[in-house]
Design a binder for this molecule. Sequence first.
Ligand code: LHQ
Length: 268
Amino acid sequence: MTAMTYETLLVELKASGVLQVLLNRPDKLNAFNDTLSFELIDVLKQAEKNPEVRCVLLTGAGRGFCAGQDLQSRSFSQNDSERPHLGESIRNRYMPIILKLRTLEKPVVCAVNGVAAGAGASLALACDYRLASEHASFIQSFIKVGLVPDSGACSLLPRLVGLGRAMDLMMTGRKVSAQEALDMGMINQLLPSEELMEKAMAFSQELASGPTKAYGLLKRAVNKAMDTDLASYLSYEADLQEIAGRTDDFKEGVMAFVEKRTPVFQGQ
Ligand code: LHQ
């Protein structure tokens, strides 16, 4: 078990290969200040580079998951003479996080322990799998403060819940309960709060013992399929399967099937 030191995150690499990342500004419902954004970018880069990491599990400390941009941070203070450069902030802080979550070639699981608002909701949407506790809720708060849904929300949310539902949530900024989120396909599992972390960790461990390279290629395939025509995608898919077919884990998977045993994947 290895721990890494950050100011706004608690990060621990478990022996199972799960990198647990806890957003740790509980007094602010884990809202993104600059430090949290840059630390999260750093931890995701480390996760990408470190072969011992075979799954990332993201969650929040305290009663919130993440309340989006820290609206009290100095760089967002409002006065008449100066307006903030939000475009720059998005490009430097949010875009790298969302892109890295989507392109990291390892599974990313999100345990939504409480409210996920604004960019905090987008953060959850960008993960590969969402478990949520009964105390979780999701708010597309952007419109409430006069902003456009960001951090990928307009791309990710309609794909998960459909255009009609996404427009409702983004235009009204209303709070969605964990049960409604489950019903509309925004989350994968709803759990009693006392079971959330145990179940999320067990699921992450299962993924961490899987064929890591195939998960990575699967993410590449899905990303490609979301923005290209079928013929181009099918050709890309053939290239990816060529790569998967050369992995040790594919060899092990087939051998285990033939020998009627459970495969032991090494992530290679
Ligand atoms: C907060 C925050 C917060 C600071 C709770 N900031 N302190 C925007 C701009 C630029 C670039 C990129 O992207 C974005 C995207 C965005 O994320 S825009 C959307 C920003 N987020 C919001 O608008 C959500 C604001 N928060 C809320 O609406 C509520 O706090 C929710 C509904 C999340 C939770 O409500 P409650 O459960 O009633 O908790 P609370 O409001 O009492 O909050 C608890 C504390 O957390 C409180 O501090 P205090 O010192 O008074 O106890 C809040 O001030 C603080 N907090 N969100 N975003």
